[in-house]
Design a protein around this ligand. Structure first.
Ligand SMILES: *Cc1c(COP(=O)(O)O)cnc(C)c1O
Length: 397
């Protein structure tokens, strides 16, 4: 039993969260992930809040590949990779991801959270420095904290400020410097200026690591990610990414980069060494996803068409949005409480989207973050726009 003082502290913290309106309830859905999801009350609503960008989370060929892998290679690994947890297909997937991303080698992790957590500490020490974007994902922040390198932070997506911080790091005597950035800032739907970042890093002989979770599979001419989108594929040294978003949406992560760096991570990266890797059905399904994406642009074309239709429709309403072309489309409402009322009304109207407010985004910049998928039909996009028009009139947005 918890001591009474501990117990009362916990319940006080929970009450504080509820009082501040910051308590997060999990919404239960009772079917597969898709353009529409079934809620616990039986209603089916249009889903505008999944990271299922390419609509592959419940694709029949992906399901079949997962089932086949379950038959061929079993359910669980029951071991970490270096004992007896590496199947032929794990290496095959690492090689396929390397080729897809244009990198020399790849290391799989149970999640991208783990990839970011284990990426820095083995490669950089107290003589080194990491220069990181102020809006980077929590997992990059944690990974950087676990590393003894000196830490510098630059203004969001600002190569000029990056330049100043890199100069500071160099003048401080740093041996190696690594720049870390998200490829896409997920609260804003903004694609990082990787060209500016890479050029700045190169001027200071710094290495660049990009977390491309919200881009791999669909940004760039061949869907390889933000580095392809900006024409700097070879100039980004490391990419981390997830299998839990566009690439099928199950779970799993990876880091791709130069051969020797990946080889050292394979020796020293703690989330890799001390945790099981992916279950065979995920490996089999991800290999199928890569087959699909390498052989057809259909999914990413549909995603981009849907996104363009949605962004153009919202622009006509005059609602304020952020970003230019990315399928993450935040609709700005400003006030935190208002964002919760708007999200609740959208749900009544059959559209599921979530309101985000401080501390996840700056105070006074609350927003409804909507996300478009290739699984949506044009009629779904139009339905969403019609509901937005109603909500806009009701709340005078
Ligand atoms: C989703 C996300 C992660 C975490 O990915 P998981 O594989 O679910 O752990 C890491 N970084 C960014 C930028 C993300 O969006």
């Amino acid at each position: 039993m918890l001591p009474a003082s501990f117990q009362s502290l916990l319940s006080q913290e929970l009450d504080d969260l509820r009082d501040a309106g910051l308590f997060k309830d999990e919404r239960i859905i009772t079917g597969a992930q898709g353009a529409r999801v079934r809620l616990a009350d039986g209603r089916e609503v249009l889903n505008l809040c999944a990271n299922n960008y390419l609509g592959l989370a419940d694709h029949p060929e992906v399901r079949a590949a997962a089932a086949q892998a379950l038959e061929d290679r079993g359910y669980g690994m029951a071991s970490v990779r270096f004992i007896c947890g590496t199947q032929d297909r794990h290496r095959e997937l690492e090689q396929r991801l390397s080729a897809f991303l244009g990198k020399e080698d790849t290391l799989l992790f149970a999640a991208c959270f783990d990839a970011n957590g284990g990426a820095f500490e083995p490669l950089l020490g107290p003589e080194d420095a990491i220069v990181s974007d102020q809006l980077n994902h929590a997992s990059l922040i944690d990974g950087i904290r676990l590393c003894k390198a000196r830490r510098f932070r630059y203004k969001n997506n600002d190569p000029a400020d990056l330049d100043a911080r890199l100069r500071e790091a160099r003048e401080g005597g740093a041996r190696h410097i690594m720049v870390a950035t998200d490829g896409v800032f997920s609260m804003d739907g903004v694609i990082a200026d990787l060209r500016g970042i890479v050029e700045t890093a190169e001027r200071h002989s710094a290495t660049v690591l990009v977390d491309d979770c919200h881009a791999t599979g669909f940004l760039g001419a061949r869907g390889r990610g933000t580095h392809e989108h900006h024409g700097v594929m070879e100039r980004v040294d490391f990419l981390t990414g997830t299998l839990g978003k566009a690439l099928g949406g199950a779970s799993g992560g990876y880091i791709s980069g130069p051969r020797d760096a990946i080889a050292l991570l394979r020796q020293r990266s703690r989330p890799y060494l001390f945790s099981n890797t992916l279950a065979p059905p995920i490996v089999g399904a991800t290999l199928k996803v890569l087959d699909l994406l390498e052989n057809s642009a259909a999914w990413r074309n549909r995603l981009m068409q849907n996104t363009a239709r949605y962004r153009a429709g919202l622009a006509q309403t005059g609602l304020a949005t952020k970003g230019d072309t990315h399928p993450i489309v935040p609709v700005m409402v400003g006030d935190a409480a208002l964002s919760q009322r708007v999200a609740a009304r959208l749900l009544e109207l059959g559209v599921y989207a979530v309101g985000f407010f401080h501390p996840v985004v700056p105070r006074g910049e609350a927003r409804i973050r909507t996300q478009i998928s290739a699984a949506h039909a044009p009629a779904d996009i139009d339905f969403a726009l019609e509901q937005w028009a109603k909500v806009q009139a009701e709340f005078r947005l």
